[in-house]
Design a binder for this molecule. Structure first.
Ligand code: ADE
Length: 225
């Protein structure tokens, strides 16, 4: 998967993908993330990419021209399966959307800033609008980082143990069960006996039961019949 990110603040996205699973994904050649400074397509030599909004009101809007030029130029090198605009009024990100996006080849992400981007870009280029939650960030960069991480780890072959993503919270509309590691007794706090039983069927049933229990208690809204 190739992900291009357009932003006026590439500094914010300098290192999130250089560590841990995202690094491994890139080292394995399964993911490539390229961050582009939108000012490269500025409308003048001062690096202008934003302007006042028509109709008045505080806050700047990112202009059509730099975005359109950037999208057209980057689009010459690769055909995008999705052009995603990160915005609080987009569809709220969830595991199902992440699973779908993890199967795409080329994705372009656009980070808004200030009051956002000129709506004509949303109308004519953007194929998907995503919000990472019902709150407003200063810009789309941290949202883009969240989105890259969420889908990057789901790309087939990225996780060492392919099955581990299957037990993630939300994968079956259930939260993940509790996990434990050594020692078996810490200050009198014991690991549930069943996990030491060696009975894989019983352990799987117990984990499933715990997942249901946790979901009932914490997120009854996602629980199916
Ligand atoms: N940009 C600003 N806030 C955002 C949010 N909650 N999700 C995605 N992009 C954003």
């Amino acid at each position: 998967m190739h992900i291009d990110i357009l932003t006026v603040l590439p500094e914010l996205l300098q290192s999130p993908f250089e560590h841990s699973i995202m690094k491994r994904a890139q080292d394995k050649g399964l993911l490539k993330v390229q961050v582009h400074q939108l000012r490269k397509w500025a409308v003048n030599e001062y690096g202008m990419v934003d302007d006042y909004q028509y109709g008045g009101g505080a806050g700047m809007v990112i202009m059509c021209e730099p975005l359109a030029k950037a999208i057209e130029e980057l689009g010459k090198d690769r055909k995008y399966d999705e052009i995603i605009y990160l915005t609080p009024d987009g569809e709220r990100l969830n595991q199902k959307i992440a699973n779908t996006l993890s199967l795409k080849g080329n994705i372009l992400m656009i980070c808004g800033h200030y009051k956002g981007i000129d709506d004509r870009i949303r109308e004519h280029y953007v194929t998907k609008e995503i919000s990472i939650g019902d709150y407003v960030l200063s810009g789309g960069e941290l949202a883009a980082a969240v989105l890259v991480d969420t889908i990057g780890r789901l790309i087939p072959g990225v996780l060492n143990d392919e099955t581990s993503a299957l037990f993630d919270s939300f994968q079956d509309d259930l939260l993940a069960p509790p996990v434990y590691t050594r020692p078996v007794d810490y200050n009198g706090w014991k690991v549930p006996d069943i996990l030491m039983s060696g009975d894989h069927k019983k352990i799987a049933d117990w984990r499933h039961e715990q997942s249901i229990q946790r979901t009932k208690e914490r997120r009854p809204d996602i629980l199916k019949d």
